[in-house]
Unconditional design. Structure first.
Length: 73
């Protein structure tokens, strides 16, 4: 496969892969985003509507967030 090289140990076992960013940058970014999403599956989440309501409640009349309640929980 063009742009993909394997590193092997002394026994010939593949131990790592070197992938050309020139050839596969978009695919690698997608892959890494997937890994990040998977690693966060167990994190607590907030329903979208609840998060929006909390953000709207903390907005000042001029449209900026107030200094309090910046953490969504």
């Amino acid at each position: 496969m063009k742009g993909v090289n394997y590193l092997t140990d002394e026994k010939g076992n593949k131990t790592a892969v070197v992938i050309s960013l020139k050839n596969y940058e978009e695919e690698l970014v997608d892959f890494l985003h997937g890994l990040e999403a998977k690693s966060r599956l167990e994190e607590p989440s907030v329903a979208f509507g609840k998060a929006v309501n909390k953000i709207l409640k903390t907005k000042s009349p001029r449209g900026k967030l107030s200094g309090k309640n910046k953490k969504i929980s």
